[in-house]
Design a protein around this ligand. Structure first.
Ligand code: AMP
Length: 290
């Protein structure tokens, strides 16, 4: 299977080659053809499967097939739950649209809105956004969603977990009812299925991984350990294994800060990232991690 055999145009094939991709991943093989046909798609796919290219490539192809309207209204809207994911998707869009006459922008909260407004004023074909800032700017009259042709919900399960249901409903009321919808989610709870029913029309189901499973390429181990020994165990594992890049999830923001301090005292450089941190601190932590 090649990207060419999926029906992608040369400008996209060139961009994909530039990224060094040789063959389409399973989710790309399954999602790209129906999206190119203009169908609604409901896909179960986790991060790391290549899902972003799975919806971005055909989306860009559809947009590029129609002439670019004079004032470049937003024709494709991609919603993501977090600022970091929005930025990541935006970077992908930029890479893949390198040889196309399409403009993209990303908007998210926590940073000055003025540069974002300036971008919007110049006209964008593809807008990647988190729900809150999108609604803010729409409310202030800085953007219109009345010409959206393709609506993408990325990581829909996380959107619901983060309480974005009402925002999504509001955004849905601002975009045309005739449009193509794409929804990606790693898990399929009852809530996700019901959200899918309100958004998608007779969707094609695409599954790259079995329902509700974890990524196969990751080896998993469980350590049963008393609560007060958890931090010391973590420190030992990091030191013994000489781990260079470690992502630790904690239940609470406070727990993340605490753990960070303890790691630092063990001379393991660490930074916390959570909702109480400013966007600047979050960006710095991520950049340091990368
Ligand atoms: P995603 O699941 O969209 O977050 O993508 C995970 C990573 O896989 C990203 O770094 C992509 O650049 C990369 N990727 C996407 N599609 C392919 C492909 N067909 N071949 C190799 N790498 C890919």
């Amino acid at each position: 299977m090649t990207f060419q055999s999926l029906g992608l145009i040369e400008a996209l094939l060139k961009a994909v080659r530039l990224q060094g991709y040789e063959t389409p991943s399973p989710i790309q093989q399954k999602a790209i053809p129906p999206i190119l046909e203009g169908l609604d798609v409901l896909a179960s796919a986790q991060t790391g499967t290549g899902k972003t290219a799975g919806f971005t490539l055909p989306m860009l192809q559809i947009l590029s097939k129609n002439p670019v309207p004079h004032r470049r209204p937003v024709r494709a809207l991609v919603l993501t739950p977090t600022r970091e994911l929005a930025d990541q998707v935006f970077t992908n869009v930029k890479h893949y649209s390198k040889f196309l006459d399409l403009r993209a922008a990303v908007i998210f909260g926590g940073v000055n809105q003025n540069p974002q407004i300036k971008h919007l004023r110049n006209g964008v074909d593809v807008l990647v956004a988190t729900p809150g800032r999108l609604l803010d700017l729409e409310n202030q009259g800085h953007l219109s969603l009345s010409k959206v042709e393709i609506f993408v919900l990325d990581e829909a399960d996380r959107m619901l977990d983060m309480g974005f249901k009402r925002d999504i409903d509001k955004i849905r009321s601002l975009i045309p009812s005739r449009r193509q919808n794409l929804m990606f989610s790693a898990t399929f709870s009852r809530e996700i299925k019901s959200l899918a029913q309100t958004i998608l029309q007779r969707p094609t189901l695409v599954e790259a991984t079995p329902e509700n499973t974890t990524v196969e390429a990751i080896a998993q181990q469980i350590y049963r350990v008393a609560k007060e020994k958890k931090t010391n165990l973590l420190i030992k594992l990091i030191q013994d294994g000489q781990w260079q890049q470690v992502l630790v999830f904690t239940r609470t923001k406070h727990g993340a800060n605490n753990l960070c301090k303890k790691l630092e005292s063990a001379r393991i450089s660490a930074m916390a990232i959570h909702g109480n941190k400013s966007q600047g601190a979050r960006t710095r932590a991520l950049a340091g991690f990368k």
